[in-house]
Design a protein around this ligand. Structure first.
Ligand code: SF4
Length: 212
């Protein structure tokens, strides 16, 4: 059997999905408006998309509110422009619980190491659970667009977690490709969307050049 990279899989899958009569339902796990801009543009004509915002990793709450507010504004403009009705599911925010049950134990990990892998896994798993309970056909995450995040690592984590959710397909992605990053940067600048300078948790705040 031919072995495909995740990006080749993504391209072939899109061509296959374009031929379907009805759009499959996709839950798109999201971290912010900028990272969501290209995945929405790229996939809205192929999938019936719902955005899933589950980011209790973000500190402090003012930052969380800012990122979520920007996402709501962006999606509202996107809906008006494209005449679609994409909704955002917002999970409750609880950084204290996220920190005490997980982050604190990994506070000495370097960014991009185990702590971050586990952080992706927690949020991806929650998205799979929601997608499974609400009968979505596919789940994906916009996190693969980040220059600071390894797309293969994210896809491998999702691939492993997907085994527990046999009725939900994981849509492998590398949203960096296809000039996805250029689109996100251009969109952020032209619409004046807030661009954070750190990933999310308090342990990432010192890295001022961190790009989610
Ligand atoms: S740096 Fe980002 S991905 Fe890593 S643990 Fe903190 S919030 Fe999660």
């Amino acid at each position: 059997m031919r072995k495909l990279t995740d990006y080749q899989w993504e391209i072939e899958k899109i061509e296959e999905l374009k031929r379907l009569e009805n759009k499959p339902k996709l839950l798109m796990q999201s971290c912010c408006a900028v990272c969501n801009s290209w995945p929405l543009e790229y996939l809205y004509s192929i999938f019936d998309i719902t955005i899933y915002y589950n980011n209790s990793n973000i500190y402090p709450q003012t930052e969380y509110d800012l990122r979520l507010g920007e996402l709501r504004d962006y999606v509202s403009k996107f809906n008006d422009f494209h005449q679609v009705d994409i909704k955002i599911i917002e999970e409750p925010y609880d950084y204290d619980a996220y920190k005490s049950t997980f982050l604190e134990k990994r506070s000495f990990d370097k960014e991009g190491s185990n702590r971050c892998g586990m952080c992706y896994a927690l949020r991806i798993n929650q998205a799979f659970k929601y997608a499974s309970e609400h009968k979505f056909d596919y789940m994906t995450t916009v996190m693969t667009i980040s220059r600071q995040k390894n797309s293969d690592k994210i896809n491998n984590i999702a691939r492993r977690l997907s085994k527990a959710y046999p009725h939900v397909n994981y849509f492998y992605s590398n949203f960096k490709k296809n000039r996805g990053i250029d689109f996100a940067v251009y969109t952020a600048k032209s619409l004046g969307i807030y661009q954070q300078e750190y990933c999310g948790c308090e342990f990432s705040i010192h890295k001022k050049d961190f790009d989610v």
